[in-house]
Structures are given as C-alpha cells and as structure tokens.
Design a protein around this ligand. Structure first.
Ligand code: SF4
Length: 327
C-alpha cells in the first residue's frame, strides 16, 4: 500500500442560516458533516454525489479556500490548520485545483502566458527566462503549442481552455490535484480526451488526484477508489471495481442504476429512488431516509456510522450493520 498523502478526519462545514419571520433564529446547513477519508500517493480518489452533497465544499476545505467548522486535514503528515500563513502558502504549491468551468476560471483579459506565469510568480519560482521555458514546455505537455502562449482564453475551444486550466495547475509541480467536475462543462466527445490527458499526466508526473464529479460513469475509468456523498456525508467508499460490481448503499445503487452498462452479459438490479435531493439534512437519522425504499424506524432516529464491511469497502447504512452483526 502506498503512503497516505492526505488524511481527512471528521471534517465539517456548517453554514449559519437565518430563519424565522424576523430572521433572528440561526440554524445551520450541514454542507459537510463528519467526513473522513484517506488519499494514497499516486492514486485517484473519485468523490461522487448530486449537486449540494458537499463534494466541492470538501475540495475547497482541503485547498483552504474555505475554513472548516471542525475536523482535521493532514497533508504529508502535517495538520494544515497548524501552519502559519507563510507555511500554508508553501504547502499550496503542492495542492492545486482544476475547476469545472475553464472559461470562468481563466482571466479573459490575460494572455495564456500571464495566466500560467502567475502561480510561478506567486510562489517565487524561476527567473523570467526559466518561467518562459516552463510555460512553453507545459503547453506542449497538455497538448497545446508554445505559440498559444500569446493568445487569450476566448480564442480557444472549451477542451483547449480546460487544457490551459490543467497546465496552470501543473505549473508549481504539485503532488495533489483536486479536479472539481473538470469535464462536466465539456462536450461528451471532448470529455474522453481530457480524461485521457489527465491519466497520462498522472503516470508521467506521479500525480495524486481527487476527482470530483456528479456522475459515477465519468469517474469510473479514472478512479482507483470512489467515495459517494449524500447531503454532506460520505455514505460509501470502496475500490472502483468493488463499488461498481457490488454497490452496498441504497443511494449508490440508485446512482448506478442511472449509468449505462457497456457489458450486455452483466445484469444489475435497478433501484429507482423518488424525490429530489433535499436541500437540508433531516433533523435526525440517516440523511437518505426520506428517499430510501428500505428505511426502517432506526433510520429515522440514528445516523449510521461508516463501517468497514470487507477490506477496502466501507458503508454507512443500518442494513449493513445488521448484516455484519449477524455474520
Ligand atoms: Fe436506507 Fe436506512 Fe440504510 Fe439510510 S440507513 S440508506 S435509510 S436503509
């Protein structure tokens, strides 16, 4: 087993919300609630769930773009909250982000050269000549050309813009890249090209990825392990093959029911869930109990813990607790 690069423990982000007719009462939206996982060096951990499940908030807390309400984030064995501003800035070189909408995340008034040079200047990397060489080298690495450096974001297609976003993330030689829905805004035909590029870069540059997506189909081929989130909680995490073959959480089963199966000999039981994702966590019990076809009384009262049901496969569901207690 590789080294643990990132360790997230009991991470929480609760946003205050004013309620009541006079807006004097404060309640909390639990965007991320007690989430724990590890990311191993060189792997891709996919994090999947519907919009509002807390996956992007988790990514932003790891980047320290958002301050956690509680919990710890260790990167390379160092707890990020204990770092001074200078130390945190140095660590930021090692953790970079690729955003969903490459157009919105690239300054339209800056040339590609300026966009790619910015992280190098911020982190004091290289002389002007070295920075120029590095920018041209990385444009080639992501499948563009050195002459693209003088152009502006609007002169590129969506796929090319995402290649620029990836090049920008690579400028500081990071160890971990958090890719937040990096292909969701792209045409299906372009998605595969960008995913292939990311896989090639991972091998060549020994990168570790957290790949955030709303669609299990997208993360399937790129992820070594996949975690599924629902309303701020991690409800299942397993290596990819196990998760796709034997999803155990009812929500994962429902998500997978929506993914087409390329192998006609493989049959999967269909689980269709009703209702839309709720916007706030239920007062008590399992976050999924309002939509779950298997919900029982205990599901309305107690939050199920994430328990390991077999090596490399953990699930948060009272049904699993019953099964593991019985065996
Ligand atoms: Fe469904 Fe209960 Fe399991 Fe939640 S704990 S997923 S409500 S069976």
């Amino acid at each position: 087993m590789s080294n643990v690069l990132l360790k997230v423990d009991n991470l929480k982000k609760h946003f205050p919300k004013k309620t009541g007719s006079l807006k004097r009462n404060i309640s909390y939206v639990k965007a991320v609630d007690d989430v724990s996982f590890e990311v191993y060096e060189g792997e891709t951990l996919g994090i999947v769930g519907e919009s509002g499940c807390g996956k992007s908030t988790t990514g932003r807390m790891i980047m320290r773009l958002l301050e956690p309400t509680d919990g710890t984030i260790q990167f390379n064995g160092v707890e990020l909250s204990t770092l001074s501003k200078t130390e945190l800035r140095k660590t930021r070189r090692d953790i970079q982000m690729v955003f969903q909408d490459p157009y919105a995340s690239l300054n339209p008034r800056h040339t590609v050269r300026k966009i790619l040079e910015e992280p190098l200047i911020v982190h004091g990397i290289g002389t002007a000549k070295e920075r120029k060489e590095r920018i041209e080298e990385y444009l080639e690495i992501v499948g563009l050309s050195a002459y693209h450096a003088g152009r502006y974001p609007h002169q590129f297609s969506g796929g090319q813009r995402q290649r620029i976003g990836i090049a920008r993330a690579l400028m500081t030689n990071p160890k971990l890249i958090i890719a937040d829905e990096p292909v969701s805004a792209l045409d299906v035909s372009i998605q595969a090209q960008v995913l292939n590029l990311m896989q090639r870069l991972q091998e060549d540059l020994k990168l570790t990825y957290i790949f955030i997506a709303h669609d299990l189909g997208v993360v399937r081929h790129i992820s070594d392990r996949v975690g599924v989130m629902y309303l701020g909680r991690l409800v299942e995490i397993a290596n990819s093959e196990l998760l796709y073959k034997e999803p155990l959480h009812p929500y994962t089963q429902a998500l997978l029911s929506a993914v087409p199966i390329p192998d006609p000999t493989f049959e999967r039981e269909q689980l269709i869930i009703s209702g839309d994702i709720a916007t706030s966590t239920p007062e008590a019990g399992c976050t999924f109990h309002l939509r779950c076809p298997y919900a029982t009384e205990i599901c309305k009262m107690e939050v199920p813990n994430l328990v390991t049901v077999k090596p490399g496969h953990s699930v948060a569901c009272h049904l699993m607790n019953e099964t593991t207690t019985m065996t």
